[in-house]
Design a protein around this ligand. Structure first.
Ligand code: CO
Length: 294
């Protein structure tokens, strides 16, 4: 009671001076203004961009009180879109500078990357650097969200989603082969973990990567042992862009996975749909974003 009486005049003072009294002795002079920055590698294909834009739309619906904006990390893609479509998409650093200038105090950066690899680390360095700026040109809070695959639970969740989505393409004679990107970064190990999680939900699920381990040949070794003759190719990438359309599914290119598997005698079809087009995968990203904001 004594304590309350002592606090009351203090609270009244703050109220009079127009300073918000946030309780627990925490006094904030600035109004809290929240923003979410969705950061993607980007894609130059307008038909594939839908996957990223859907995530931005859903983030807006999930956080109606926050400003939600988008940035791309690929300069090549950003410049191509600007030139061909006159559409400007900022880099993360540009977008964050604008959010700072627009008066946002709390910023949640959510990447759409699959693994915490090189791109993710580059973004992390930007966030860390900006978080170290005090005063007028800094944010009160700026944090980085987890990529799609940040732990074992994420791998299991994604495997379950993929089983729900592509389970009907599995059978005694049928398999699904996922094409990941792959990276020389140590976080590439997530693809091996993902391959094991996929194997756990179906022994007809296989995973290879374009630029890392397991390679196409590694994947084929497992596929051959299964004895299946029909294969569906699916990109394990956020957007079905250049890699999915060309390296994976281009029937006219003898180097594509589709052509190489056909050459080995498989009956092959391909799904041209990025993970970002799957609402359950987007929900996984939103789960990571929610964990960040809460
Ligand atoms: Co690539």
């Amino acid at each position: 009671m004594k304590k309350l009486l002592l606090l009351l005049p203090v609270a009244a003072l703050f109220a009079l001076s127009g300073v918000a009294f946030a309780g627990q002795g925490e006094v904030s002079e600035k109004e809290v203004r929240r923003a979410v920055l969705v950061v993607s590698f980007g894609t130059s294909m307008p038909e594939a961009r839908h996957a990223i834009d859907s995530l931005v739309d859903e983030a807006r619906r999930a956080f109606p009180d926050a400003e939600v904006r988008l940035a791309y990390t690929s300069n090549i893609i950003r410049r191509k879109i600007l030139k061909e479509e006159n559409l400007f998409i900022p880099t993360p650093l540009e977008a964050l500078a604008k959010l700072q200038d627009d008066g946002f105090t709390h910023v949640y950066v959510q990447p759409t990357h699959i693994i915490p690899g090189e791109e993710y680390e580059d973004l992390g360095r930007v966030v860390t650097a900006l978080a170290s700026i005090p005063g007028k040109f800094g944010f009160e809070k700026i944090v980085l969200g987890a990529p799609l695959l940040a732990d074992e639970g994420d791998c299991a969740d994604l495997a379950a989603i993929l089983h729900r989505t592509y389970g009907d393409r599995l059978g005694k004679d049928r398999a699904v082969v996922f094409m990941g990107h792959g990276s020389p970064h140590s976080a590439n190990a997530f693809y091996s973990q993902m391959a094991l999680c996929l194997e756990k939900v179906s022994d007809r699920f296989f995973l290879g990567t374009v630029e890392g381990f397991p390679s196409f040949d590694d994947m084929v070794r497992h596929l051959e042992k299964s004895g299946v003759r029909r294969v569906t190719l699916v990109p394990l990438m956020i957007v079905a862009g250049d890699h999915a359309r060309n390296d994976m599914a281009d029937g006219d290119d003898p180097e594509s996975w589709l052509s190489q598997l056909k050459e080995k005698g498989y009956r092959v079809d391909a799904v041209i749909s990025g993970l970002g087009e799957n609402s359950e995968v987007r929900a996984l990203f939103l789960k990571h974003l929610k964990a960040l904001v809460d």
